[in-house]
Design a protein around this ligand. Structure first.
Ligand code: LLP
Length: 424
C-alpha cells in the first residue's frame, strides 16, 4: 500500500500534487510519503508484537535525517554499517540502545565511536575484527557488546549481487566454524557476548530461506548453550522483498507469522533489520523529459535523472515502473503506448532507467515518476559526470518539506583545492 495516486489525471503524493512540488523544487527530486513510511513501519513492527523484538531500520536503504527521525518517533532503532550512518542515526535522535552496528570492515575509529556512543551491539564478522574490538575496548577500559554474524549457507534465491548468506559470499563467519570464534570471544576480558546474527540477502520473495536460516541459527544457539554461552539476541537481518513489477513477496504479517512460529519457546529478543520493505515503495524519483529522439532501432526518452541519481537499473538491471505525472486518460492503460528506452544525460550506454518500456507518448517538459525508488535510491546516488545530487522532499498530508536541498556546483567542489605548484 502506498500514497502515490492519481486524482483528476494527475499524480499526487498524499494530498499534494507532484507537479506543484516540481514547480517549487525543480527536477530531479526524490519524494517520500510520511503516511506510507509510517504505515510500512507500523505494519512490520506490529506483526512481531507477540514476541520480544526490536525493529532496526537499515539506514543504508534511506538515510535522510527526517526519515530516521520518523522511525525513531515510532519506536524504531537503526541497523548501521559505518561511522557516517552512526552519526546520522544519533543526529536523528535514535536511542543508542537501539542501534546495532553491522558490516565486514569496521575501522578502529568507528569502533571507538560505537563504544563511546553506547550502542546496543556490534555484529562482528571475522576473527580479526574480534581481536581489533577487544584491543580497542581494552584501551578504553570498557566492555564491548557483540553478536557474531554467522553465514548459514542458505540460498536466498535473489539477484547474485544482493545474496549474502551463501558460502561463497564475503559476509559473516561460516556457521560451522563460528563455535570456535564464540569460545575464543568467551575468554576475552573486554568482550561481552550478547547475540547471534545473520542476514542472507535482499529482495527475497519467499519466506522459506529465512526459516531455513533461522532453524540453523537456533541449532547453533542451542549448541552454544551447551558450552555455557548464553545468547539474549537473535538478529535475523533484513531482506524481505517488495513488488517492483510482478514479484509476489510475502506480506510482512505472513513473514512474521512463520518467524514467530519458529521462535516459540525460544528465549531470545528477535532483532530485525528491514530496509527495502519499509522505504522502497514509500518513495519515487521525479524527473523531467528533456528530449525525445528516434533512431532506426529505438525510441529514446531523455530525462534529467540519470544513473547517478538511481543506480539500480544500470547496476542490477532492476525494473522500476515509470509513470507520467499527468495522464491523458483516467486509466493509464487506455493510452496508446509506444516502446522506448528511458535514458539519462550521462555519457555511458549503461545509463538507463528503463529499456524497451511501453509508455504513452511523452514530450519535452513532461514529468515522469520512477516508482519504488525510496530504498537504495538516493543513498546510492553519486556525483558522476559532476551532476549535483537531487533534492529530497517529504510530504506530510497536504504539505511538503525539502528535507535535503539540491546540491549546487559549489557543493560539487567543496573540499577540493589546487596545490601551489599548479598556481597560474
Ligand atoms: N542488514 C544487513 C546486514 C544488510 O546488509 C542489509 C542490506 C539489510 C539489513 C537490509 O536489507 P533489506 O531489508 O533492505 O533487503 N543496493 C541493493 C541492496 C543491497 C542490500 C545490502 N544490504 C539494491 O538496490 O537492491
Amino acid at each position: 500500500m502506498n500514497h502515490f495516486t492519481y486524482k483528476n489525471k494527475e499524480l499526487y503524493c498524499e494530498s499534494v500534487s507532484v507537479s506543484k512540488i516540481s514547480d517549487k523544487v525543480g527536477t530531479p527530486f526524490y519524494l517520500y510519503s510520511t503516511a506510507t513510511l509510517s504505515h510500512h513501519f507500523r505494519v512490520f513492527d506490529t506483526s512481531f508484537a507477540d514476541i520480544p523484538h526490536l525493529t532496526c531500520f537499515a539506514v543504508k536503504s534511506c538515510s535522510n535525517l527526517s526519515v530516521l527521525r520518523l522511525f525513531s518517533s515510532l519506536g524504531g532503532g537503526a541497523d548501521i554499517v559505518s561511522g557516517g550512518e552512526l552519526y546520522r542515526a544519533i543526529k536523528a535522535g535514535i536511542d543508542p540502545k537501539r542501534i546495532i552496528y553491522s558490516g565486514v570492515g569496521k575501522t578502529k575509529e568507528e569502533m571507538i565511536n560505537g563504544l563511546q556512543t553506547g550502542i546496543l551491539m556490534f555484529n562482528i564478522e571475522s576473527e580479526q575484527e574480534l581481536d581489533r574490538l577487544q584491543e580497542v575496548a581494552a584501551e578504553m577500559g570498557v566492555n564491548a557488546p557483540v553478536s557474531f554474524r554467522v553465514n548459514p549457507d542458505v540460498d536466498p534465491k535473489t539477484h547474485a549481487y544482493i545474496s549474502t548468506g551463501l558460502a561463497e559470499n564475503k559476509f559473516g563467519i561460516p556457521i560451522k566454524e563460528a563455535g570456535k570464534t564464540y569460545m575464543r570471544a568467551k575468554g576475552m576480558p573486554n568482550i561481552n557476548i550478547l547475540g547471534v546474527s545473520c542476514h542472507i540477502g535482499s529482495q527475497l520473495t519467499q519466506v522459506s530461506p529465512f526459516v531455513e536460516s533461522l532453524q540453523k541459527v537456533k541449532r547453533f544457539i542451542k549448541a552454544l548453550a551447551d558450552h555455557e554461552i548464553n545468547i539474549s539476541y537473535l538478529d535475523l537481518g533484513g531482506g524481505v522483498g517488495i513488488k517492483y513489477r510482478d514479484e509476489e513477496p510475502p506480506h510482512p504479517e505472513e513473514y512474521a507469522r512463520e518467524i514467530i512460529e519458529e521462535m516459540k519457546g525460544f528465549d531470545c529478543t528477535l532483532i530485525l533489520e528491514p530496509g527495502r520493505v519499509i522505504a522502497g515503495n514509500a518513495g519515487i524519483l521525479v524527473s523531467k523529459v528533456l528530449y525525445t529522439k528516434r533512431n532506426e532501432a529505438k525510441n529514446f526518452i531523455i530525462v534529467d535523472a540519470a544513473m547517478n541519481d538511481l543506480a539500480r537499473p544500470s547496476l542490477y538491471d532492476a525494473f522500476h515502473d515509470i509513470f507520467p505525472v499527468h495522464v491523458k486518460n483516467e486509466n493509464i492503460h487506455d493510452e496508446s503506448l509506444e516502446k522506448a528506452d528511458v535514458v539519462g544525460p550521462i555519457c555511458e550506454t549503461g545509463d538507463f532507467l528503463a529499456k524497451d518500456r511501453l509508455l504513452p507518448a511523452l514530450s519535452s517538459g513532461e514529468l515522469v515518476a520512477v516508482m519504488s525508488s525510496g530504498a537504495y535510491g538516493f543513498t546510492m546516488s553519486s556525483n558522476y559526470n559532476s551532476r549535483p545530487r537531487a533534492a529530497e522532499v517529504l510530504v506530510h498530508e497536504d504539505k511538503f518539506y525539502v528535507i535535503r536541498e539540491r546540491e549546487t556546483y559549489d557543493s560539487l567542489i567543496k573540499g577540493e583545492s589546487i596545490p601551489p605548484f599548479l598556481d597560474k
